[in-house]
Design a protein around this ligand. Structure first.
Ligand SMILES: NC(=O)c1ccc[n+]([C@@H]2O[C@H](COP(=O)([O-])OP(=O)(O)OC[C@H]3O[C@@H](n4cnc5c(N)ncnc54)[C@H](OP(=O)(O)O)[C@@H]3O)[C@@H](O)[C@H]2O)c1
Length: 372
């Protein structure tokens, strides 16, 4: 197939870093025409993927204001993870991949979080160009929407619960932000490991889905306004007074502080993220962390806690060899149907602002995707 047979498309572009993701959504992003990638300009192991589904992730939002640890160079196209159909294969990759293959695009190797030439090709677009290594055949019976929502969330759950948290069968995990992309993946992975899951959230409706997805117990911790309702008594009652063995904290702020009141002696406290306090770093790509979350050392000390930072992407960059077993396990679980990402919201690409607003406001359960 030549470029002549690929129709031009469109892509979303971040022209410059905004002060915050909401500001970026309203003023900093636009859809522009995208010429079809020209195979004559591509490498012998490159492929062109016609994107069918692109995940709208929390990290995609944070990147638009340069508040994520990795900053692509504007102008860039968001979309760390996507899935679609191969429409062109470079000469040296034929035999491994073919036109028509259903693939997911690995956000570690292509797209805005990658380094080098492929950083330009985010998933919020008609086409993505990726090296053959980044185009992985979609495992099992996953849909394009599910495939685009697989690796980031489940690799995070694996890295946090298994590599860092050492979660074992018979233990109890307290999972915050359980209706979110990483949280829901963590619920499923913790259940595969044989743990008991207590999941928290702020909406009964969303928590009902979290329960359907495998959580043993759910706790609505919404208090007055934005406050966190204390949940220590419920957690202690559910654990026979002992407290939980592992906390998966993707929310941060007051929820972290309350969690320290219902952990077992020697528990592992996994710092996954801070969805409730996203403005840790300055906007517009300025660095520094003037608004970092703080934890009380007295409780950490008296309860002999292991407080573990769990940055999946940074740990992978530090130790690239750590990824292979994690990736193989996530793909195997997806192949066998043991995991299947839940995607609650789908939007056409033209409605990317509505999609990003839905993700930022917490309306989504699990995944949110765009259809170019
Ligand atoms: N460690 C890693 O490698 C890694 C990888 C990916 C993401 N993360 C981080 O993990 C966090 C969650 O990411 P995600 O992709 O799962 O996000 P997400 O899908 O948006 O989910 C976040 C969840 O947090 C809950 N939440 C509680 N308070 C909130 C608030 N004030 N505002 C918004 N949400 C709130 C929401 O659930 P309820 O509405 O039910 O309360 C929401 O579903 C982020 O901080 C992200 O940067 C870390």
């Amino acid at each position: 197939m030549t470029s002549a047979t690929l129709a031009p498309g469109v892509r979303v572009v971040v022209a410059r870093f905004a002060d915050s993701p909401p500001e970026a959504i309203e003023t900093g992003l636009a859809v522009e025409p995208m010429p079809a990638p020209d195979p004559a300009t591509l490498g012998p192991r490159d492929v062109i993927v016609a994107v069918r589904s692109a995940a709208v992730g929390w990290v995609d939002l944070l990147m638009t204001s340069g508040q994520y640890q990795h900053m692509p160079h504007p102008p860039y196209t968001p979309g760390l993870e996507s899935a679609g159909e191969i429409v062109w294969v470079g000469h040296d990759a034929r035999g491994e991949l073919a036109v028509g293959d259903r693939v997911l695009v690995d956000g570690f190797l292509a797209g805005p979080r990658s380094l080098g030439a492929y950083q330009a090709y985010g998933g919020f677009a008609t086409y993505v160009v990726a090296p053959a290594e980044a185009a992985r055949k979609i495992p099992g019976t996953l849909t394009y929407d599910q495939a685009a929502s697989l690796l980031g969330s489940y690799e995070t759950a694996y890295h946090c619960l298994i590599t860092r948290g050492r979660l074992k069968a018979g233990e109890t995990a307290l999972i915050h932000g359980a209706s979110g992309a990483t949280g829901l993946a963590a619920v499923q992975v913790a259940k595969i490991l044989g743990a008991t899951v207590i999941a928290t959230g702020r909406s009964d409706e969303k928590l009902a889905v979290v329960k359907e997805q495998g959580a043993d117990h759910v706790i609505n911790c919404r208090g007055e306004g934005d406050a966190v309702r204390p949940f220590r008594d419920e957690v202690k009652a559910l654990t026979g007074g002992r407290g939980v063995d592992v906390v998966y904290d993707a929310v941060g702020g007051d929820i972290s502080l309350e969690s320290l009141r219902c952990v077992a002696f020697g528990a592992r406290f996994l710092i996954v993220g801070w969805a409730s306090t996203p403005f840790v770093a300055r906007g517009k790509g300025q660095r520094g962390a003037p608004n970092a979350n703080l934890l009380p050392t007295n409780l950490i000390m008296m309860k002999s806690l292991d407080v573990l930072g769990c940055p999946t992407a940074i740990s992978t960059a530090q130790d690239p060899g750590s990824r292979a077993p994690r990736l193989a396990q996530v793909l195997a679980w997806a192949e066998s149907g043991q995991i299947r990402p839940h995607v609650s919201h789908t939007f056409p690409l033209a409605e990317f602002k509505e999609a990003m607003r839905a993700k930022w406001s917490g309306a989504v359960i699990g995944g949110c995707v765009l259809h170019p």
